[in-house]
Design a protein around this ligand. Sequence first.
Ligand code: HEC
Ligand code: HEC
Length: 354
Amino acid sequence: MSRFVAMVALAILAMAACQPAPAPEKPVNQSDNNPMQLKLPVGIEAPPPIPGDNPMTPAKVELGRLLFFDPRVSVDGNVSCATCHNPVMGFTDGRATSMGVKAQTGGRSAPTVINLAYATNGVFWDGRAKSLEEQALGPIANPIEMGSTHQGTMARLNGIPGYKEQFKHVFGTDDIKIEDAAKAIAAFERTIISGNSSWDRFQKGDASALSDSARLGWELFQKKAECIGCHAGFNLTDNGYHNIGVGLDKPEPDLGRYVVTKAEEDRGRFKTPTLREIIYTGPYMHDGSEKTLEDVVEFYNKGGNKNPQLDEKIKPLNLTKEEKANLVAFLKSLNGEGWQAKMPTSFPPDVPSK
Ligand code: HEC
Ligand code: HEC
């Protein structure tokens, strides 16, 4: 919490400094759909898919970065995307469930934004948004999250000359539209990529990159514990939805994917999250019900929470104390680089009141 206060304070200070908006970069050809040259860290196998109608350019990414961190996007000027997706905490907020404008809390935990560039099968815990572009439109108008209306936010941004200039440069019009803001934010999010973890280097042949414990944990992850059945591939997710029973023991459980599809088999299914940077993103699960990685491993060891739609891959694992510790050591080897230090140092200033 104190970190969050410090961040908001920093943002306000930065605005108060009233620095001029950065000079526009060279004009961007919007018909050019070549993705910007992203530097991909070790272990990240391919550049992320970029939607045809939202080519990635340096100026657009920069604008998205500003919008992501700027609290003026919310109704009371206090909440930015980064309030709940704070880079210091692995782009999450360290809370079980998130707190937005006027200290209201929602029912779900803020997932990390890291490596969502590779989420090709929907975002949100229940997958209700098809793309990052669609997702970004949500929180601004969510009464609990940022409490603004799209019109309200657009009116505010349209009153900030530095933003008008940048939107004109990136989108060719200085009439700021919410869809363009969402495109810029999504383009920025696609640059938040984590790789080059100890595990990646181990996979590339550096046998000393993992401790013995983490290496044994990796074995367990693939075999005895079968975590890889869902946390598969270089991003440690199958981009699928599974019922592992989290929260289903509550009186009024969150039914997850079912709420979106109304398909019986989707009851209690949630999106498989990436496990990259997992040490930073606790508490864990969609409801923040598991405090530590040790707790998560205990949860899987007992076979999740029993319910009629429990995924068949979830069953008691009979791990020894040592095996549990090894699994945790493996999870702790998944932090890498490529996503840190993304906070802007200044924002386009408000017009000073006369
Ligand atoms: C008040 C806290 C809060 C704020 C502010 C907020 N978010 Fe979130 N965000 C959440 C929560 C909670 C979820 C999960 C909601 C769900 O799945 O139903 C989420 C989900 C997401 C996801 C999907 C993650 C995934 O793994 O599928 C993305 C992307 C995201 N937010 C980006 C943003 C952006 C961009 C903004 C600013 C425009 C923003 N968020 C503002 C709390 C917040
Ligand atoms: C049947 C698919 C499946 C298997 C097998 C599986 N997981 Fe998961 N995992 C999920 C899903 C789905 C979630 C999110 C569940 C929720 O929040 O309701 C999750 C969440 C997690 C989280 C929390 C992530 C976060 O950001 O909150 C961790 C850590 C984790 N799993 C580790 C493991 C480990 C370790 C194993 C093996 C013992 C494992 N998983 C096996 C599907 C699976």
